[in-house]
Ligand binder design. Sequence first.
Ligand code: SAH
Length: 399
Amino acid sequence: MTDRPLLAMAAPRGGKAPTHFADLDDAGRADAVVALGLPAFRAKQLATHYFAHLTTDPDDMTDLPASARETTASALFPPLMTEVRSLEADKGATRKTLWNLHDGVKVESVLMKYPERATLCVTSQAGCGMACPFCATGQMGLTRNLSAAEIIEQVRLAARQARDGKLGGDPVRLSNVVFMGMGEPLANYKPVMATVRALVAPAPHGFGLSARHVTVSTVGLVTGIDRLAGEGIPVTLALSLHAPDDELRDELVPINTRWKVDEALDAAYRYYEATGRRVSIEYALIRDINDHGWRADLLGEKLAKRGSGWVHVNPIPLNPTPGSKWTASDPKVEQIFVENLRSHGIPTTIRDTRGSDIDGACGQLAVEEQNRPVGPSARLRREGPRIGNTGAEPRKEPS
Ligand code: SAH
């Protein structure tokens, strides 16, 4: 990650985003400034501008020699994304932003203000290869992985929006990040981990978020969960289960044909043991598909038999995707589902769904531009690169 030739830093790498300051670790940042002819201590100043002041504008970098500002900023902070548009919902408390990446690929992130926190839902891949039939992104297939800096830039730019009062007026501090936007984070492991490190590193090395305020959500890639457990950064793990039995989960979360319900739950339990962090089980309640009382009981039994205090369940009313034959469960059925789980001693809270009127709610992120017949992203979608999307097998992680 740190040894890329610096002259090539600002040049796109074979469809990949140009290397950016945020892709580098501390040592890589120091090497990068030295390669530009500056003393290594400038790296810390640049990190302060980026992670604390949330700026890449050379005019803001008044602690750098005037003659070096422009060249440094253009070498280390190549523009990776531009805002196409933002949509607001929930009286300004939810803001979805559509970003255009260097190659015309579009991705979305969603910023949500709550009384006690502000949460950003980030995208880790353009599209997704996991093919879950109820999820809008799952219908698109995978276009490409995002680089670390492309994920980190979503955070920086959202933190700026929040700071600058674009989330309902007053300045707000971004406190939480959830990898629940487009993509399967554990199928893009290294960039996602580099992002996690930048999120939790204390300022000026990173954004200084608490690890417990970072949530990595996964379909249940068991090898990825175990790898994450070994990183020594106790982020919150969310496992998107959606069914307690293999027969139904094979259909709802096709990766289940590779790692079964019990294997995914065992990996989640190991994650809890390694980190001490209580795991979240995500469960989109789909009317007459997975919302039966007996399924709540089966889930409750499977969780309770592994231990107590290690898990909680977040049922989410399904956000129907356009054209879907499925819809959310009846509220009475939802209530029974919750009560059944609680009767097994499993803490259960219905997850609120923000921004559904701007297609910004859980599982709704899909970019319509990509379905247009013309334009670079449409071309990309038609002609590739389309990696993965086998539905059953995770794409090989890049080394
Ligand atoms: N690939 C990861 C993260 C992205 S989705 C994962 O699957 O966990 C974030 C959450 O939204 C997941 O729990 C996902 O199952 C859920 N989700 C997807 N589509 C949904 C929908 N239509 N309604 C409600 N939740 C949905």
